[in-house]
Ligand binder design. Structure first.
Ligand code: COA
Length: 334
């Protein structure tokens, strides 16, 4: 971001949605060669939530945005832009942003979907903030929503236990004090890692066919061990870079908000940053990896529980398919 800041960008309201259906680790013991102990120890996940069959990603996103509007006591017509990030859009097109706009009846906005997998929310927040900082927009909604239960192969113990469904949304508005809000961001892509974590079929490279379905190419593919190593390095690198750039020492950080992929990845990053685990936001035990919803859902819960306070320095950090990775420094205002 430029050091010249015509407007600053505050996070001024939050909303979230987690599905009612809870899937605990025992559920998988019933039909897979796995155990609650293995999943808990190797990932930190105890349970996750699943949307129902007739509830697409837009269902969760709409609920999150509706809660946000209620919390801000705001009419949908005031929204100027919706940036929606997901890897499980309702359809390839129209965009899920359009579906949400129609669901909530927002008559004066535009919007689009952004794909950056597990870094989707960081990239969307960085993008949304530009429209506020430039002064062209006054009310921008950034929403992360995913129905991961749909693209994780239920018979693949390596993947199915990791993921869950959910959504969360932030409202961005201009603020008066440039020392608050979204202060800085670092974002990176590295396509050389693309083959390690991907959904091979359904696009123009491997369009849907009987063969792609038979070969399970519409499900998540990942080389877990490689992704684990690369995620630790990628997230630690960008988080340390943003701390250095903003003269933040580990004791200045109120919370590290890492993408909720695996508690061992999170502990390794916190260790490299010198941040103690009591300063790390975590809800992976309840929801697993909800991809684009993971970071905002975590922030929502800490804020709703009164654990996140005005003036707190928080460092958001993510890593995902692409590879994509990034970090955002926020000085909290709510
Ligand atoms: N239950 C029991 N055993 C399992 C299992 C499960 N649910 N999933 C995998 N295993 C097995 C593997 O098959 C392997 O068995 P093998 O040695 O007979 O082949 C064994 O456990 C060890 O596999 P390994 O990959 O070394 O396990 P791990 O401790 O690294 O944990 C992951 C596996 C997937 C949890 C871990 O690699 C990981 O979290 N990777 C990153 C994934 C991720 O977060 N991706 C998204 C990033 S945005």
């Amino acid at each position: 971001m430029s050091s010249k800041k015509p407007y600053n960008c505050n996070i001024s309201a939050l909303g979230h949605y987690v599905p009612e259906k809870v899937i605990d680790n025992k559920y998988f013991e019933n039909y897979l060669d796995t155990t609650d102990e293995w999943i808990t120890e190797r990932t930190g996940i105890k349970e996750r939530r699943y949307l129902e069959k007739d509830q697409p990603t837009s269902y969760a996103a709409t609920k999150a945005v509706e809660e946000l509007l209620k919390n801000r006591n705001m009419s949908p017509d005031e929204i100027e832009l919706i940036v929606l990030t997901t890897v499980t859009p309702d359809m390839i097109y129209p965009s899920t942003a359009c579906i949400i706009q129609n669901n909530i009846g927002a008559k004066n906005c535009w919007g689009f979907d952004l794909i950056a997998a597990c870094s989707g929310f960081i990239f969307a927040l960085y993008t949304g903030a530009q429209f506020i900082k430039s002064g062209t927009h006054k009310k921008v909604i950034v929403c992360g929503a995913d129905k991961m239960s749909l693209i994780a192969d239920p018979d693949d113990r390596n993947n199915i236990v990791l993921f869950g469904d959910g959504a969360a949304a932030f409202l961005l508005e201009p603020g008066e004090d440039e020392n608050y809000g979204i202060i800085d961001a670092v974002a990176r892509i590295d396509g050389s890692g693309g083959r390690n974590l991907c959904q091979l079929a359904g696009g123009s490279l491997h369009p849907a066919s009987h063969e792609t379905v038979d070969k399970k190419m519409h499900f998540i593919y990942q080389d877990g061990r490689t992704v684990f190593k690369d995620a630790v390095k990628g997230m630690a690198d960008v988080s340390l870079e943003i701390m250095k750039r903003n003269n933040l020492k580990s004791e200045d950080v109120a919370y590290l908000v890492p993408h909720q992929a695996n508690h061992r990845i999170i502990a390794a990053i916190a260790g490299r940053m010198g941040v103690s685990m009591d300063k790390v936001m975590m809800n992976i035990h309840k929801y697993g990896n909800t991809t684009t919803a993971s970071i905002p859902l975590c922030i929502y819960e800490y804020w709703a529980d009164g654990k996140l306070k005005k003036d707190d320095n928080i460092i958001l950090s993510s890593f995902g398919a692409g590879y994509t990775y990034g970090s955002i420094y926020v000085k909290w205002t709510l």
